[in-house]
Design a binder for this molecule. Structure first.
Ligand SMILES: Nc1ncnc2c1ncn2[C@@H]1O[C@H](COP(=O)(O)OP(=O)(O)OP(=O)(O)O)[C@@H](O)[C@H]1O
Length: 232
């Protein structure tokens, strides 16, 4: 079942085209890794998908509910000094243009996801006091709080340690197997290959590779220079 369909979508800013004519669909149960060099357009693509940037051309069809997309931004882009408590940041994932007040069941669902991610102990702390890894967990809980149909992750594992990384991918696998579509940007092709089903190569053009393994030759064909690292 297709959740989002991009038809000839051109992504960019003002008059600057970053990705021309992208054709691609995200379906229930997809797990897509997004790779590409710095400045290739990965974040631009994701921001276009979730509606933070208006496409310069083409159409995006969305067959999802209100708050159907959970977005975990790069933690480096977050203002750590913003005076907000962990609880409030997680609950903010449930706020939309149509819904400004949370009911009891929203809060129970948000607390449940906080428990699954292991952040209940610091629910009342200010986000400015958290380590990079702790903040990343909070951002993941925020993205999942709305029980989304699509989860979009921008470099989610930058600060997290090996132990949580394992729990993190186990949780993603469980959610994905129950139908959640996941789109994950990562510079680590080893991590991508181990967890995703398809790979999107983004370098000022968009190519969808329908497998989780990719060779150096294929990366060259897609004009997508990414280092191939062997993980042991
Ligand atoms: N708000 C903006 N206005 C104009 N150009 C922008 C804006 N944001 C990003 N860009 C440009 O768009 C291009 C693609 O950037 P983008 O952040 O999408 O790349 P990326 O593939 O996510 O890179 P990275 O791996 O470094 O995070 C870059 O050249 C960047 O300078």
């Amino acid at each position: 079942m297709e959740l989002i369909v991009l038809k000839n979508v051109t992504c960019g800013y003002g008059t600057t085209v970053i990705l021309p004519r992208v054709n691609f669909a995200i379906s229930r149960g997809d797990f897509i890794g997004v790779i590409g060099p710095n400045g290739g357009g990965k974040t631009t693509l994701i921001k276009t998908l979730i509606g933070l940037i208006t496409p310069l051309g083409g159409t995006i069809e969305k067959h999802i509910k209100e708050l159907g997309i959970g977005y975990m931004p790069q933690s480096a882009t977050i203002d750590h000094q913003f005076p907000a408590k962990v609880n409030d940041v997680v609950f903010s994932g449930l706020i939309s243009r149509k819904k400004f007040f949370l009911n009891k069941s929203d809060k129970i669902a948000a607390h449940d996801i906080m428990r699954r991610i292991g952040i209940t102990d610091y629910a009342d702390r200010n986000i400015g006091e958290l380590s990079g890894g702790e903040l990343q967990r909070v951002l993941l809980a925020r993205a999942l709080a709305c029980n989304p149909q699509i989860l979009v992750l921008d470099e989610p594992t930058t600060y997290i340690d090996q132990k949580f990384s394992k729990d993190f991918f186990t949780l993603l696998k469980e959610l994905n197997e129950s139908g959640l579509a996941i789109l994950m940007i990562s510079h680590d092709l080893g991590t991508i290959s181990r967890h995703v089903r398809k790979i999107a190569c983004v370098n000022r053009a968009f190519h969808l590779h329908n497998s989780n393994t990719i060779t150096a030759h294929q990366l060259e064909l897609y004009d997508c220079p990414v280092q191939l690292l062997v993980h042991k």
